[in-house]
Design a protein around this ligand. Structure first.
Ligand SMILES: *[C@@H]1O[C@H](CO)[C@@H](O)[C@H](O)[C@H]1NC(C)=O
Ligand SMILES: *[C@@H]1O[C@H](CO)[C@@H](O)[C@H](O)[C@H]1NC(C)=O
Ligand SMILES: *[C@@H]1O[C@H](CO)[C@@H](O)[C@H](O)[C@H]1NC(C)=O
Ligand SMILES: *[C@@H]1O[C@H](CO)[C@@H](O)[C@H](O)[C@H]1NC(C)=O
Ligand SMILES: *[C@@H]1O[C@H](CO)[C@@H](O)[C@H](O)[C@H]1NC(C)=O
Length: 880
């Protein structure tokens, strides 16, 4: 491996010069790209930039080895749709690197180095995130005055304090955040910073100025230092900030942690690219403890969307490295789409194990019509409904808001309580806060049929999570909390059902027909599984599913634990007419917290739709997250894998989703009902009707033709597949943008290895000039063979690939021995000599498949090296 001295210098200088800067973006004149640089590939960032004709702008937030670069756009009119000079150049280099004709030239070597050094490359597109709270009109509904005692004891002069029922609820004293007792103990949030990732923060407000933390603030919409709200409806972030840290003075009301600091990260006031969203979630993350996020994908009951690769990496980076390693606290509003049948398990932010998902209850403690239920829901906090809103600070020097609400306002109330807790226990980590939440939340509406006990004996409900957050109980428990042991996880290899497959464009094939009554399938967790991963106590489970259906909303998914505890993961969504199914979508449940996971976990996939619309169940996987038995044993570090959604699986590793997408999110006001503050709440309906089909039907293999016609096409609401499909339809070149990641980074060897696993009947499918064509759509079986190098040999040359217009049946005997001439990005050795030294058909390595395969799995294992490579695919460049 060669790491030229110059490279180190260049890296250092880029790091120091660029890491701290925040350039104003010029999307009108430039295309922006994110490049993940793999220094082991042999090319420096400067070399890559010069080869690709781009200019390095700055480091991508806090992500290691990840850079924002840009290239000037062509003159308007000269730029044809589908052309991309930078990505086309990269593609050309890839061809050069892999072309046999060039194999012996120095050019090929250089191309190979560049290509090997680019682990990921994607163009950044702007899109719009959605706020989760709009403000309709509130009928003047004056609460009775029972605040006098608190006002007196604490000398409160804030004129609207008596209207802040979430702080002191005169009418229903059992329903409030219950923090005034903490204030009397002097716990007011001192020293803690919460960032409102939102549409700005009016730091000139008399109610916020004194608690504003400028160093943690940034405007990612206008690329300025300070997040001043500029648009007419930019009041959301300021209102949320007021709930947390409105100063105790004579303006409006008070914040829950009124001596804490708030920062504003403005991302919702316009379009934003993945790289900026990722950076915002790590902004000043050593000093900022909490990121309060009251936004997400559209809450319309038909969207299913997860954060893309860069954003997932940022969130993971936050919990692993933020706050001195104790982890950033990500608080997410569950969403306002309940009235449309939406559920927070269809939102990859709220169903992330790294976020605390907060739903709402109103001032009577009832479930408001808008607040989304799901098995990932951890807790509820107070917000609008049944005639009352949240009263808080507004944009303006001395302005107050009295129409605030939605789950948007529930999340900051929770964040305020977390700020109080961290002010007395700054040493608590991100999982400690989740544990405290689970343990101290209080049941509301005990008679609500949505409640059911967990195996650990705690009441849980999809609507209320573990219950309502009680500030006093939470913070006093935090004072004496012993920090949990480090995290570990058990990942069961994804199971293929009836030869179900999913390629990395999200095209699915095979699977078993979902019969009336549903299909079930079981994964068994053994004691040995737990021991192998040093696993002690269960916290979250995640379930990844591959399902096709002509109407996604007709699919219901639930899982029953070994102890008979059922988590509904997906309930019917009437409006969800997507035909794209679930290409490896990951659900999450917190309902199994502290349950003994040993035994059979049974998933049931059912179809509650009309006759004539069918679907297939292709496969699933189960992951358990929890604490270690022995904290002194070597700990694993979680990594995001780009290839997680492939079926059959290629890596036994961590759940993840990949690249970048380009979509616009509508305004949250589109989905928070106008009467969110006035509509009566309820407490007498289960969140998910059981549909009267509770018996689990046995799967009937006889009725399960593998139907190739049940493939689906990805659409932009499919998480990472979105990026793929957009690119595919936009571009003529094959491994464009997102694809480059997979191909150059890790994908190639794995992908072709896996194809060959399908007994070489596999097609080498390519992306043609046209649109939505699968990369492959193959019959495969689950057998793991040692045909790695065969597989690689099967790679067609590039010309073939470019001419292809669909799936081509593989004719291995016809394949020219071109093969891949480049190495994946994590290779240590990129010396072309080594490639040359083993010419001819079949590699020397064929003789040692065992050993090679072991190296592969070492790489694949989550405990493997930090991704920088052991050379597993080093020789995958060879041909037969
Ligand atoms: C309630 O009491 C507070 C403090 O004593 C006072 O400022 C406020 O005007 C009273 N509100 C009503 C509605 O009586
Ligand atoms: C609120 O906190 C106080 C202590 O200040 C406690 O006595 C009371 O029971 C709590 N109220 C609720 C509803 O939990
Ligand atoms: C924030 O954190 C950094 C690194 O830990 C530290 O150097 C800096 O002084 C802190 N304070 C502010 C205001 O950013
Ligand atoms: C609660 O558990 C019972 C018995 O297992 C079950 O019949 C019922 O559907 C469950 N209710 C909910 C809301 O999960
Ligand atoms: C799966 O593929 C294998 C091998 O190609 C075949 O024998 C088997 O019948 C297939 N199973 C189903 C359910 O289609």
């Amino acid at each position: 491996m060669r790491l030229p001295f110059g490279l180190i210098l260049v890296l250092l200088s880029y790091e120091s010069v660029l890491a701290a800067t925040h350039e104003k973006r010029a999307y009108s004149t430039h295309h922006y790209y994110v490049i993940e640089h793999s220094p082991h590939g042999g090319a420096s960032l400067a070399e890559i930039a010069s080869q690709l004709g781009v200019q390095v702008v700055e480091r991508a937030g806090e992500l290691p080895n990840t850079w924002l670069v840009r290239a000037a756009k062509n003159e308007a009119g000269l730029e044809r749709r589908g052309d991309d000079r930078v990505l086309d150049t990269l593609e050309a280099l890839r061809r050069q690197a892999s072309s046999s004709a060039w194999a012996r030239s120095g050019n090929s070597h250089r191309a190979r180095q560049v290509v090997s050094s680019v682990k990921y490359a994607a163009r950044q597109e702007l899109r719009q995130r959605v706020k989760r709270a709009p403000p309709p009109i509130r009928p003047g509904d004056e609460p009775k005055n029972l605040t006098a005692a608190v006002v007196e004891r604490l000398g409160i002069e804030d004129p609207l304090f008596s209207q802040q029922w979430h702080l002191v609820n005169n009418e229903f004293p059992q329903h409030m955040m219950n923090v005034t007792g903490l204030w009397e103990m002097g716990i007011t949030g001192h020293g803690v910073v919460t960032a409102l990732v939102d549409d700005g923060l009016d730091y000139t407000s008399d109610d916020l100025a004194a608690n504003f933390f400028a160093a943690g603030s940034h405007d990612y919409n206008d690329h300025e230092d300070l997040p001043f709200p500029k648009l007419f409806d930019d009041h959301h972030g300021t209102r949320c900030a007021g709930q947390i840290a409105a100063v105790k003075n004579n303006v409006c009301g008070m914040g829950i942690a009124y001596d804490s600091k708030v920062a504003g990260l403005r991302i919702l006031s316009g379009s934003i690219s993945d790289v900026d969203e990722a950076a915002s979630l790590n902004y000043n993350y050593q000093n900022t403890s909490i990121y309060s996020c009251s936004w997400g994908p559209t809450d319309d009951g038909k969207t299913m969307e997860a954060p893309n690769y860069l954003i997932q990496r940022a969130i993971l980076n936050g919990v692993q490295n933020g706050r001195g390693g104790k982890g950033s606290i990500f608080v997410f509003a569950s969403g306002n789409g309940a009235a449309y049948g939406d559920q927070c398990n269809f939102d990859g932010y709220t169903n992330s194990i790294y976020s605390i998902t907060v739903s709402a209850v109103d001032y009577k403690g009832l479930h408001p019509v808008y607040s989304e239920p799901c098995a990932a829901n951890l807790v509820v906090a107070y917000s609008s409904g049944s005639g009352n809103h949240i009263v808080t600070t507004d944009v303006g020097k001395n302005a107050c808001a009295n129409t605030h609400g939605g789950t948007s306002a529930a999340a900051p109330n929770a964040a305020g309580v977390f700020a109080l807790a961290l002010s007395v226990r700054p040493d608590l980590n991100w999982r400690d806060l989740q544990h405290l939440t689970v343990r101290t939340a209080k049941v509301v509406n005990a008679k609500d049929p949505d409640w059911n006990n967990t195996a650990a004996g705690r009441p849980f409900s999809y609507k209320y999570g573990y219950g309502v957050l009680n500030g006093y109980d939470f913070v006093t428990a935090a004072q004496n909390w012993q920090s949990v042991k480090p995290q570990t996880w058990v990942e069961k290899t994804p199971v293929q059902i009836a030869n179900g497959t999913c390629d990395f464009l999200g095209d699915m094939a095979g699977g078993e027909l979902i019969v009336p009554g549903g299909l079930t399938h079981t994964i068994t967790v053994t004691k040995e599984d737990l021991e192998k991963d040093n696993f002690e106590t269960l916290e979250h489970i995640t379930v990844r599913v591959w399902i096709t259906h002509a109407k996604r909303g007709d699919v219901e998914v639930e899982i029953v634990s070994p102890n008979g505890i059922k988590s509904v993961l997906a309930a019917r969504r009437r409006d969800d007419r997507a035909t794209t199914g679930y290409p490896g979508w990951r659900f999450m449940s917190v309902k199994h917290w502290d349950e003994n996971p040993i035994g059979d976990w049974t998933i049931r996939v059912s179809d509650v739709g009309a006759e004539g619309r069918h679907g297939h169940f292709l496969g699933w996987s189960l992951s358990l997250f929890g604490s270690v038995v022995n904290p002194d044993a070597p700990l694993k570090t979680y990594e995001i894998s780009i290839l997680e959604s492939l079926l059959p699986p290629v890596l036994q590793s961590e759940p993840s989703d990949p690249p970048t997408s380009t979509k616009a999110h509508p305004k949250p006001t589109d989905h928070l009902p106008g009467d969110h503050g006035t509509a009566p709440g309820e407490a007498d309906k289960p969140a998910f009707d059981d549909g009267g089909n509770d018996d689990i039907a046995e799967p009937s293999p006889t009725t399960s033709p593998s139907s190739p016609s049940s493939t689906s096409t990805p659409t932009p609401d499919e998480g990472w597949f979105a990026g793929m499909s957009n690119l595919v339809s936009d571009r003529k070149w094959f491994f464009g943008a997102a694809g480059l990641v997979l191909i150059f980074g890790v994908g190639v060897g794995i992908f072709f290895w896996r194809r060959s696993v399908g007994r070489r009947r596999a097609a080498y499918a390519t992306l043609p000039a046209g649109d939505d064509v699968a990369m492959s759509s193959l019959d495969r079986d689950t057998q793991r063979t040692k045909e790695l190098y065969d597989a690689v040999g099967e790679l067609s040359d590039d010309e073939d690939a470019d001419e292809a217009t669909g799936l081509h049946p593989a004719r291995p005997q016809d394949r020219s021995p071109g093969g891949l001439g480049f190495h994946s990005g994590f290779l240590d050795d990129d010396d072309p000599q080594s490639a040359r030294s083993t010419p001819g058909p079949h590699r020397a390595y064929r003789d040692e498949p065992e050993e090679e395969e072991k190296r592969v799995s070492a790489r694949a294992s989550p405990s493997g090296s930090g991704g920088s490579g052991d050379g597993s695919w080093e020789h995958a460049s060879q041909t037969r």
